[in-house]
Design a binder for this molecule. Structure first.
Ligand SMILES: Cc1cc2nc3c(=O)[nH]c(=O)nc-3n(C[C@H](O)[C@H](O)[C@H](O)COP(=O)(O)OP(=O)(O)OC[C@H]3O[C@@H](n4cnc5c(N)ncnc54)[C@H](O)[C@@H]3O)c2cc1C
Length: 325
């Protein structure tokens, strides 16, 4: 059983989510007593491959061919399927990012392969590899076996530590990509990325999130000030997003982003299971809520029962003073 990890690029850079996915590939390879390769497609892939070569993979394959220079599920899935068929990989994985979730089901379809999404671990069972994945907002862990010859999976990046360099040097080579750019049904036109001075939500070390307790746009501003004082990313509960106070891409939770920063500060968030599913893996959780019975305190390492409109300005002052000294 040989393993292929499909790495991810955006605007010429290897995305952070690739590194925890490399750890997942390594763990799966160790369990199966085999090696893993990495495939990197897109503009800048050759330079990106150099960054990935000492993370423990046997081979790092890259291509900047016209058809795959920018991401489309159609082209990347076709290129990956050709490679899987040519090299005989029997497990293919990618990070469970928006791109990974877009790509892998299509690839699984092309390969007639069973698929597990959002895997958080692997075990060896009587029927082969058992994939673990959360269900019901993380309240149950499903144990899934795939019974097709090829396995496809996405892996949750917060469940694996980011791979660090130092584990040998992989052979780096150009991947054969024979996808006909002219024959594709979908064409990449442009990225319209939300520009923000703040760190990206899923990659930030500190996240400050606003819940319905912030009430209105003025309340959101206060939470933004705290985020900026800490150099943190801004997050939100669905209640805040539904009220149009913050954009959808800042939503944390089951139907939003899954985050696992070093520090997560929940301001005016009750702690519904759907929200907690997106942040419970943060190393330290701080909750500010005026209701001492709020369920968020059950997952918080530090809880402050207070009105956020009184507590947050004081916190901002303290953080700014500490940073200035
Ligand atoms: C299928 C499904 C998927 C969902 N997915 C998500 C998801 O991905 N993410 C998500 O967040 N939710 C999700 N939800 C919604 C979720 O169930 C909750 O409704 C939502 O998380 C509540 O947001 P909230 O905590 O901000 O608001 P509330 O539950 O209304 O809580 C507000 C909190 O603020 C506190 N508060 C009020 N005023 C103050 C003040 N002045 N100072 C301090 N505290 C104050 C209150 O005590 C209260 O605890 C989903 C729901 C469903 C059914």
């Amino acid at each position: 059983m040989a393993i292929l990890l499909i790495a991810e690029m955006r605007e010429g850079e290897v995305r952070h989510a690739t590194f925890p996915a490399v750890t997942a590939a390594k763990q799966l390879a160790e369990l199966l007593g085999t090696e893993f390769d990495i495939l990197l497609l897109g503009k800048g892939a050759q330079a990106g491959a150099e960054r990935l070569k000492d993370l423990g993979a046997a081979n790092v394959l890259w291509s900047e061919a016209e058809a795959v220079a920018e991401y489309t599920a159609e082209a990347h899935a076709q290129a990956a399927a050709d490679l899987v068929n040519e090299k005989g990989y029997t497990a293919v994985l990618a990070a469970a990012t928006t791109t990974g979730k877009d790509l892998m089901p299509r690839l699984a379809g092309l390969l007639d392969a069973g698929m597990v999404s959002d895997a958080i671990g692997f075990e060896k069972g009587d029927e082969g590899i058992v994939y673990l994945r959360p269900m019901y907002a993380g309240n149950a862990i499903a144990r899934v076996v795939i019974d097709t010859p090829i396995h496809c999976l996405t892996v949750r990046e917060t469940a694996f530590d980011a791979a660090t360099p130092g584990a040998g040097s992989a052979a780096v080579a150009e991947a054969p990509v024979n996808v006909d750019a002219g024959g594709l049904k979908a064409k990449f036109v442009e990225y319209q990325l939300t520009k923000s001075e703040r760190p990206e939500l899923t990659e930030a070390k500190v996240v400050v999130s606003a819940g319905r307790g912030v009430k209105d746009a003025e309340g959101v501003k206060l939470i933004e000030q705290l985020a900026d004082a800490l150099g943190a990313a801004l997050g939100a509960s669905r209640a805040v997003v539904d009220e149009g106070l913050l954009p959808n891409d800042l939503q944390v939770g089951q139907t939003g982003k899954i985050v696992a920063p070093d520090l997560y500060i929940a301001c005016g968030i009750s702690g519904a299971i759907q929200h907690v599913a997106g942040m419970k893996d943060a190393k330290v959780i701080v909750a500010i809520n005026k209701d001492e019975e709020a369920p968020i305190f059950e997952v918080a390492d530090y809880g402050l029962v207070d009105d956020l409109f009184k507590a947050v300005p004081k916190l901002i002052e303290k953080v700014q003073a500490a940073r200035a000294s």
